[in-house]
Each structure stands twice: as C-alpha cells, then as structure tokens.
Design a binder for this molecule. Sequence first.
Ligand code: ADE
Length: 236
Amino acid sequence: MRIDVLTIFPDYFRGPFDVSLLGRARRGGPLDLHVHDLRAYTSDRHRTVDDLPYGGGAGMVMKPEPFFEAVETLFGSVPARPRTVLFTPRGRRLDQRLVADLAGEPLLLLCGRYEGIDERVHAGLATDELSVGDYVLAGGEAAACILVEAVTRLLPGALGNIDSAAEESFTEGLLEYPQYTRPATYRGMAVPDVLLSGDHGAVARWRRERALEHTRRTRPDLFAAWRARSDLDDGS
Ligand code: ADE
C-alpha cells in the first residue's frame, strides 16, 4: 500500500514511521510510505505557507498554492490522484469501519497547521475530510500517524499473528475482553480461575460476557448499536 504525506514538518514523523510495526512494514513489508515537505512547493524566498485570514480573526491560515502545486507535481491531474485525506476537526470521525475502507488503496494525507487550511484546498483537492476525535490538535500530523498505523496493521503481512487483527476491539463493534499473562497472582490480584481451567468453551463465554459488560459500562453508544444489530440478526 502506498501512502504519501504532505506536511510542513517532515521530521515530525521520524520515530513513529521508523520503529515497531510501521518500521517493519516499510522495510520489505507491505507499506510504501513517502513524506513530502510542503515548503518545497512554495515559490517565494521565505517559503511562505501561511497568511492572515480574510475577514480578520486570530491566527494564520495555510495558503492554497503550495498544496495545489505539490499535489499536481507529485500526482498530475485528477484521474491519476490517490484518495486524498485532509485532517481537520471538522471532518468525519475516523472509526474502524472507515480504517478498513481506507486500507489497501493508495492514499495522500494532507496535514494542516495553524488555524486551518484555505477552504479551496478542502474543495479542490480533498476527497475525504477526517477527524480523529472531538478535540483540537495543533495540526494534522498526529492524526496522520493514527491513520497510517491503523490501516497498516490491517495489511496482509504487517502483523505477525493474523488472528490478532480480527479478534480485537471494534471488529465486531464491542470493546475487547481483559487479558492476563503470568504470574497467576500478582500483588494479591489473581487471574480469573476460568482462564486457568483449560475449558475453551468456558473461556470463550467468559470473554464474551466481559466484552459485553465492559462495552455496556464504558461505551453505551457502541453497546446500543451492537444490540440493535443483534436484534436485527435475530429477526431475520
Ligand atoms: N487537526 C486538528 N485537530 C484535529 C482532529 N481532531 N482530527 C484531525 N485533524 C485535526
């Protein structure tokens, strides 16, 4: 999977894109990742990427020209361009379903800073506007890290254990059950007996109950959606 990232802080990604899952996926794995410096696509001596907002107000707005120049230079005209994601708190909120939808096809990620990006970049370049949550970051770079990591772990060959992507939180719309490893008792806290029983059916039932209980308590919204889907399934 090819992913291109456009940013004024290419160095931001040193570390996140070099170690662990992403580092391995890039080195001989399924991920072909390219980070581009937006300032390389400016044409003035100061390599200006931002300017004052029309209409007044606080902060600076990122100019449209470097974005258009970069995208046209790197990818040419519209039909040749990858799906283009612009990160903004105004965007559709990222969830596992959208991650799965984005995994595999080529992506171009546009990262903004300051008070935002000129609206003509939204209208003229972005195919998707994405938010990673209902809070405001200092820019799109952290959001890009989140998306790249979430899609990469779904790529065949990226995770050691194929099962681990399938069984986890959200795949079925429920949060994950609790996990334990040795020792069986630590600081007076014992691992639940059922996990030591060797009874695979009982373990599976316990995990299911814990997942449902945990989801109901911490994410009533997910629980309600899961229940509505189960009722539909039962009815058919
Ligand atoms: N840029 C600033 N805040 C953001 C958010 N919550 N999601 C995506 N991009 C952002």
